[in-house]
Ligand binder design. Structure first.
Ligand code: MLT
Length: 393
C-alpha cells in the first residue's frame, strides 16, 4: 500500500497566487468588457533587454549546429556564468568564489529544494508576513515553524528576541511582501543570533537590484560572519525580467559547515542527483546581463518599475492611505482603508475598480488588514489604476 505525504494535508487548499487567479478569472468571466489591471503577483511586463535577446539568439544558433551543439551541462551551472556572477558581487565588495555559486531555474525552486539538505527535526524561524513558499515547503516536511512578527511597530522588520529559539531562519530583504529593507546593523544582529545558536540563515535577495540607498546591504555577505552561517538565494526574474525565462542562483560558502559536513558539498550532491542544470541558452542569456551594456539596460528596466512605484506612492499619499515600501523595493504595502480586511479590500478593488492586488492576509496573520501592490505593471496601466483609485476609492 502506498502512503501519501500526509503533511500536504496541513497546507491551505491552494497556493496564494492560484487563489487570486481563480478569483480574477471568475470576475473576468462575469464582466468580459471590464479592463482588469493586474498589480497582484510580482510578474514583470517589460520584454527582455536587447543584450539578453541577442545572446539568446546566438545560443540558439549554436544549438542548431553539430560543431557547437551542447547536451547536458554541469549541474552547478556553466563556469562562464558562475564567474560573471562572482565578479558582479566583487563590484560591491563581496567575495564569492565561482565554486560557491549554483545556477538554477530560479529562487522559488532552490528555496524549496534546500529543505532536502536539512533534517526535519529543525525548528524554522519565519517572519510573518512572508513569501508563502518558505512556510508551505516546510509544512510539506512536517517541520515546526516559529513566527517572528513584522508589524507597523517594527517597520515590518522583525528582529530576534532574547527567548527566540530555532535552527533555520528565513530572511528576505528587500522584503516580499512589505518592501521593507533591513539595515546593516539589523542584519548584524541576525548573523550574531545565527552564530550564537548554530543556526543557518536562508537569505532571499531576489529584490536586491531595487536597493538604491547605498547604505543598505544587498547581500548577507556584506555582514561579517555571514559566510559561516548563511546561504543566499538570488533570481534574475525581477532584476532582468526572467520570470518566464527562469534563471537564478544560490550561494553556499565553503566555510558553511554543520556537524563537520560542508553544506556546499551537500548541496552539490543534492543538485547533481536531482537536477540536470539550467538550459545552456538561458545561461547564455543570463550572462548577457553582466556585460556593461547589459547592466545599463537592466538598470533602466529597474528604474522604469521604480518610477511606477513612485506613481503608486504619490497616489496613496494623496489619498491619505498609509504604506511602506516602494523606495528600495518594487512592492508597496498599504493599510487597507476604512478598517477593511485584506480579502474584503481585494474583492472591493477587483469588483468596483477592476484592480488586482495581493491580500496581505495571504502572507501570514500579521498581513491581515494590509494589501500589496506591485510596481511591475506597464506605465499606462499603473497610471490608469492610480486614476481609478483617486476617482473611485
Ligand atoms: C510574488 O508576487 O510574490 C512573486 O512574484 C512570487 C514569486 O517570485 O514566486
Amino acid at each position: 500500500m502506498a502512503y501519501i505525504n500526509a503533511n500536504y494535508l496541513n497546507l491551505k487548499d491552494s497556493y496564494l497566487f492560484s487563489e487570486i487567479n481563480r478569483k480574477v478569472r471568475e470576475e473576468a468571466a462575469k464582466n468580459p468588457e471590464k479592463k482588469i489591471i493586474r498589480m497582484g503577483i510580482g510578474d514583470v511586463t517589460l520584454p527582455l533587454v536587447p543584450e539578453v535577446v541577442s545572446a539568446m539568439h546566438k545560443a540558439v544558433d549554436e544549438m542548431a549546429s553539430a560543431e557547437t551543439f551542447r547536451g547536458y551541462g554541469p549541474e552547478q551551472g556553466y563556469e562562464f556564468l558562475r564567474e560573471d556572477i562572482s565578479k558582479y558581487y566583487a563590484a560591491f565588495g563581496v567575495e564569492v568564489a565561482p565554486g560557491e555559486i549554483f545556477i538554477s531555474d530560479g529562487t522559488k525552486s532552490d528555496i524549496a529544494n534546500i529543505t532536502d539538505i536539512f533534517s526535519d527535526d529543525n525548528t524554522i524561524i519565519v517572519p510573518d508576513p512572508v513569501y508563502p513558499v518558505y512556510v508551505d515547503t516546510n509544512i510539506m516536511c512536517g517541520r515546526k515553524i516559529v513566527y517572528v512578527a513584522g508589524t507597523a511597530e517594527n517597520n515590518f522588520l522583525p528582529m530576534p528576541s532574547a527567548d527566540l529559539k530555532g535552527d533555520i531562519i528565513y530572511l528576505c530583504s528587500p522584503n516580499n511582501p512589505t518592501g521593507a529593507v533591513y539595515s546593516k546593523e539589523q542584519l548584524e544582529i541576525w548573523v550574531e543570533f545565527a552564530l550564537a545558536n548554530q543556526a543557518i540563515i536562508l537569505f532571499d535577495a531576489a529584490y536586491e537590484a531595487y536597493i538604491h540607498d547605498a547604505s543598505l546591504p544587498r547581500s548577507i555577505y556584506q555582514i561579517a560572519g555571514a559566510r559561516k552561517c548563511a546561504i543566499e538565494f538570488c533570481s534574475l526574474s525581477k532584476t532582468a525580467g526572467f520570470t518566464g525565462t527562469r534563471c537564478g542562483y544560490t550561494i553556499v560558502p565553503e566555510e558553511l559547515v554543520m556537524q563537520e559536513v560542508s553544506l556546499n558539498k551537500l548541496w552539490n550532491r543534492r543538485q547533481s542527483t536531482k537536477f540536470n542544470g539550467t538550459a545552456y541558452v538561458i545561461q547564455k542569456a543570463a550572462q548577457a546581463i553582466y556585460t556593461p551594456e547589459g547592466q545599463k539596460q537592466v538598470h533602466e528596466q529597474v528604474e522604469y518599475y521604480m518610477q511606477n512605484a513612485r506613481i503608486i506612492a504619490d497616489t496613496l499619499k494623496e489619498k491619505g492611505i498609509s504604506f511602506v515600501g516602494g523606495d528600495n523595493s518594487p512592492y508597496i504595502w498599504l493599510k487597507c482603508p476604512n478598517g477593511m480586511k485584506s480579502w474584503e479590500f481585494f474583492d472591493h478593488l477587483l469588483v468596483n475598480l477592476g484592480i488586482v492586488g495581493t491580500p496581505g492576509a495571504g502572507f501570514g496573520e500579521n498581513g491581515e488588514g494590509y494589501f500589496r501592490l506591485t510596481a511591475f505593471g506597464n506605465r499606462e496601466n499603473t497610471i490608469e489604476a492610480m486614476q481609478r483609485i483617486k476617482d473611485l476609492l
